[in-house]
Design a protein around this ligand. Structure first.
Ligand SMILES: Nc1ncnc2c1ncn2[C@@H]1O[C@H](COP(=O)(O)OP(=O)(O)O)[C@@H](O)[C@H]1O
Ligand SMILES: [Mg+2]
Length: 319
């Protein structure tokens, strides 16, 4: 079930902090930094996926840095980059160049930092100190307990919370109207129930439901949510073990790019899927999964690693 054409999550990604929904506590403080950037320390944004952490980081940078925000903002995905060496080089280069325009500092957004190893984070801590004179870091982590204490203590921590029901349903209705999609409120309520306050998931589910005959109603919402994370991962495992690697890989890429799951998330879910099924060679399957979990953890590209893993599972087959 590939989502076709322009993705609503991107089309309706807020451009300003004021466009965001929920997160009132966090947004109040961030707006204070916009008024008085000199007061802004390094920031650590934490909370579950799809609730506005990356969006808030970009909006904040845009508000503080104005027209030249793009030149003065470095966005790095800690889990995408080939290890800490690459992160260091890119930050070094970026922090050295003289900022463009009249700006208080440059901004470095380090997304998915909880996917970095503790060693890489220790190196990161030095990098933060070296760059601090000219740069502010916004570090983003789904899971704060995976961020080493010395980094936590150098940042002001902002805990994002799942988006409340009224905010989700209101935003979904706005998007549906603006897309002239057919919807009933029962359909939107059903999408909310499957989303657990993950607005990215909710918007993606609604876009999928809108493409079905009858539009956004309860039945279609359920159908669209049917490709929820766990059932999608069950299917991927089955396909791979049956040797249908290309099909399995398409689904993995969809989970990574469309549903915003991280490589580690996918592997965690795959591991649970193995436990749910009863394969005679479960031990071999889990061994492969854990090998790739490690490779991704130490910084290899998730897309390439997951693809290699699917080929290995395909060669193994199920017993
Ligand atoms: N609080 C929010 N307000 C408005 N839109 C949101 C919010 N949270 C998520 N979204 C929607 O979901 C998408 C993903 O949000 P993102 O900031 O990338 O989440 P996170 O970084 O927390 O995983 C955004 O493009 C936007 O469409
Ligand atoms: Mg994010």
């Amino acid at each position: 079930m590939a989502v076709q054409g322009v993705m609503w999550v991107e089309k309706y990604r807020p451009r300003t902090l004021g466009d965001m929904v929920g997160q009132e506590n966090v947004l109040g403080s961030l707006l204070a930094f916009v008024k008085k950037p000199a007061d802004m320390p390094h920031l650590l944004f934490t909370g579950s996926p799809g609730i506005g952490k990356t969006t808030a980081a970009v909006c904040l940078s845009r508000s503080i840095l104005g027209d030249s925000w793009r030149d003065n903002t470095l966005e790095l995905n800690a889990s995408d980059e080939r290890g800490i060496g690459m992160v260091r080089e890119r930050i070094k280069k970026f922090s050295k160049f003289v900022g463009i325009g009249d700006i208080p500092f440059k901004v470095i957004i380090l997304d998915e930092a909880d996917e970095m190893t503790a060693d890489a984070q220790t190196a990161l801590r030095r990098i933060i100190e070296d760059a601090a004179a000219y740069c502010r870091f916004i570090i983003i982590a789904n899971n704060i307990s995976k961020i080493i204490a010395p980094i936590q203590s150098r940042c002001a921590v902002f805990r994002f919370t799942s988006v409340p029901k009224e905010c989700v349903t209101e935003r979904l209705a706005e998007i549906a109207k603006s897309e002239k999609a057919k919807f009933v409120s029962e359909g939107i309520d059903t999408i909310y129930e499957y989303s657990n306050g993950d607005l990215r998931h909710a918007i993606n589910t609604m876009q999928a439901a809108a493409a079905l005959d009858g539009g956004i109603n309860k039945a279609n919402a359920k159908k669209a949510a049917g490709i929820t994370k766990s059932s999608a991962v069950d299917e991927i495992l089955k396909l791979a073990l049956a040797g249908k690697v290309a099909q399995a890989r398409d689904s993995v890429i969809e989970l990574l790019r469309v549903y915003g799951m991280s490589g580690a998330d996918i592997l965690r879910n795959l591991n649970m899927a193995v436990n749910r099924a009863s394969y005679d060679n479960a031990i071999d399957i889990v061994r492969i999964i854990s090998e790739y979990d490690y490779r991704i953890l130490v910084g290899a590209s998730p897309e390439i690693q997951l693809s290699a893993m699917l080929y290995e599972l395909g060669a193994l087959g199920s017993k």
